[in-house]
Structure formats: C-alpha cells, structure tokens
Design a protein around this ligand. Sequence first.
Ligand code: SF4
Length: 211
Amino acid sequence: MVSNRNKIVVAYFLIVKKVFSRYYIGVNINYIYDCVERLSELIRVDSRQAGAEHGLQPVQIEALHYLSICNRYSDTPMAVAEYLGQTKGTVSQTLKVLENKGLLTKKTDENDKRISHLKLSAKGKRLLNNTIPTTMFVKACAVLPEKKKSEIEASLKLLLNVIVQANKMKTFGVCNSCRHNMNKEGAYYCNLIQEPLSDSDIQLICKEHEK
Ligand code: SF4
C-alpha cells in the first residue's frame, strides 16, 4: 500500500515536472520568436534604406521581389495580396506605384480578360538585383562558413514549413517540391493545371503549391 508520505512526494515531483517543463518550453519558444522578430526588423530596416534610395517603401520592394520569384500562375494582383497578407485595395496601390515608376508591366490574360499578369521590366529587374538581398545581409553571409549557411537554411526551412502547416496556410513553395509536379514522358508536367513545365518554371514559387 502507498503511504501518505509517498503520495505527497510523488505529487510534489509531478508538480515540479509540470512547472519546469512549462517554463522550459516557454523560454525556448520566446527566444525563437524574439530571434525571428529581431531578424525581420533588421531586414525591414535595411530594406527600407535600400528602397528609399529609389523612392520605394519596403512593401513595394517586397511586391517586386515576390514577382521576381513567382511563376506565371502566381503573378496576379490577387496572388501578390495573398503572399504579402494584404488587402487587394492596398496591393493595388502598391502595384500602381511600381507600374508608374516603370518597374513592372501589366498584361491581360489571353484566355480570361478579367485577369492581369504582372512582370518585372528590365528597370525593375536591375533595381531588385542591386537591392535584394540587402547589403547588411550579404555582408553577414560573407563571414559565415558554408556548413553554417547550410545548417541555417535547413533550420529556417523547417521553421517556415512548421508555421505554414500548423496554421494551414498556403505554402507558396518552389514548384519542384510540389506534389502536382509529375514527370510525363521525360519532361516536367503540372498535373493540377494540366500544362507542361520548363526547367526554369520548376525553380519558381507557386500559389497552388502543395506538399
Ligand atoms: S506543379 Fe505545383 S507548384 Fe508547379 S505549377 Fe503545378 S501546382 Fe504550381
């Protein structure tokens, strides 16, 4: 039979274990969050400075950057809004500024006149090449050994995937990692959109991407 004293000792250890594990998990989550938040702020500040040299806001640089890495199914104002987590109205203002500055061009879809596709102009590509990744980021990466860069890449990918999956968000992943990407007669093929994909297509991100 278990004595009262033993019961008290077991209860004490269970309480200590519970409190300690809550504290321990809390500290780690807070620290990860603090690091990610600080990183985002540093990048945003640097991007603001880089964009200011060209009279652009950080969100305008972000929209340009997205359009430089997305595929032809994802280059619409709606997809830009979804990726940036902004309303269609706000994004439409952003895109208008970029268009007026000659940094992107708008083209109506050949099959559906309600849809327009946005492409970076040569001027937009040049500006982005000189701006992203920002000087601060490039300088920091230059002192990191290759092994460390690979480790950071793997950890950040994992964190990003977990955040997206746990919150049932759109992945906006790279086409070559999508479950709809098939190999048909030796060539890449999108089984969702039912169209062939080129070698360069599969390097781009897509709003329809699924793991
Ligand atoms: S295979 Fe996936 S990521 Fe690639 S175009 Fe199709 S849906 Fe998009």
